[in-house]
Design a binder for this molecule. Structure first.
Ligand code: ZN
Length: 156
């Protein structure tokens, strides 16, 4: 079995579309070279980490070699190729979103189901949690939001 962890954080911007777990929602999105999907970015780093394949920035640097505003679901497809996903089976994924402005409980089911679809696994293997920051610092004042992911992978 292989365990991996991933983290991502981006600053909010009112003119950016909000993408979370491969879906778009109403609300302020993130400033990023890609679509700024903190959930998928932390998930992909966890997956790469579990299998010893460096990090997301190695494959998708924030420069002209990566298409601007690339969808994170496209990045996910490429990462699955890089790690030879068919050789592995995901045991479970635990995600925590740290945000003052994003209400996770209202989006949980949709996001869990979408990630399950992207990874071709049962949605019972995914748990998405939300955590506010009690008004403290950059996250507590809604300047930024962040996401942590832990993943457990087995040989298929
Ligand atoms: Zn990111």
């Amino acid at each position: 079995m292989f365990v991996g962890n991933g983290f991502d954080i981006h600053k909010h911007h009112p003119e950016r579309k909000l993408f979370l777990g491969g879906l778009s929602f109403a609300g302020d999105g993130f400033i990023a070279h890609s679509d700024g999907d903190i959930i998928l970015h932390s998930l992909l780093d966890a997956l790469l980490g579990a299998l010893g394949k460096k990090d997301l920035g190695y494959y998708f640097p924030s420069d002209i070699s990566t298409p601007k505003n690339i969808k994170s679901s496209e990045m996910l497809k490429k990462v699955l190729e890089i790690i030879e996903y068919e050789k592995y089976s995901i045991r479970n994924i635990d995600i925590t979103v740290l945000s003052e402005s994003i209400n996770i409980s209202s989006k949980r089911e949709l996001i869990e189901k979408n990630i399950a679809g992207l990874l071709n696994i049962d949605d019972s293997k995914i748990n998405l949690k939300g955590k506010s920051f009690d008004g403290m610092g950059l996250i507590g004042t809604s300047v930024a939001s962040a996401s942590f992911t832990t993943i457990l992978v087995e040989n298929a």
